[in-house]
Design a protein around this ligand. Sequence first.
Ligand code: BG6
Length: 336
Amino acid sequence: QKQGYEHFMLKEIHEAAEVVKNTTRGRMIAKEGRVKLGGLEVVLDQIKSLDRLVIVGCGSAYFAGQVGRYMLEEYAGIPVEVELGSEYRYKNNLQTGKTAVLAITQSGETADTLASLRKAKEAGLLTLGIVNTVGSTIARETDAGVHNHAGPEIAVASTKAVISQLTVLVLLTVLIGRENGKLDQKEAAAILEGLEKLPTVIEQYLSDVSDIESVSKKYISYQNAMFIGRKFHAPIADEGALKLKECTYINSQAYAGGELKHGSIALLDKNFPVIAIAPQDDVYEKMVSNIEEAKARSAPTLIITTKADDTIKEIADDVLYVPKVHPILQPIITNI
Ligand code: BG6
């Protein structure tokens, strides 16, 4: 049932808080910085001694994997590569050291992700999954894994499943980081305490989206959009561009902020707005420079940021403020 919402996608976006609750339920003791993922218990020894993790996915799941790479490399100190299912299955994947392949998929049936998983199995690698659909082919064929518990996703364009994938990736980061000793307990507790509060933060945020509605009305007439972001928010820019083109048929592209100047900036003019995902973090100043570059090309600028300061208003045409949370959790908020 759509429960009063105009369509399933909107309903599923509004389920984000519930999804975070369901995905984390019974899986963490926040103040101790402890995570328990039952489905990974049997392979925990193998996971903590991994040299490399290869994440495979398609579409939004691939972008969630890209965010996961930033999470795992920054907080769990493990080298991560992220591969598109449609590439991994056909290419020569060189093996070095102890590698596991982690498939991320909402449906658990995406053909390219499944073929990649089977290829990894044939190569003798440990295969893991973050799968929403219980009993799906990928859920059955992986050696071990984590179910998202996001509930069925009816809309084709993934929203709440991405939120749950990012949430599982946070849990996985804390689990691996604590197991391999690269993440100290204090930081782990700070992350998990933030995660515990996240549903309330999301609920409050989604209780009034009038600013998003008015900005959307202003931008509806443009035929193009350029999304930019850095680090955790670079793949969120990709995801934003994918959602926009898939659901509105507006041409949208995404670049990591620093890449804009290497050619694509040529597209920008007064008819080509830039949507910058620039929360107040360690690359905020870098993002501000990118936004200034876009302004110099007369591009309208819409900035998604976390702090109500006036500096940003001077350079941006429009600002959407989102709540500030722990840096590893911030992409969950900007994704919404
Ligand atoms: C698609 C959907 O084609 O499949 C995307 O439009 C989705 O939203 C992608 O991310 C991958 O699906 P899955 O089920 O493997 O996560």
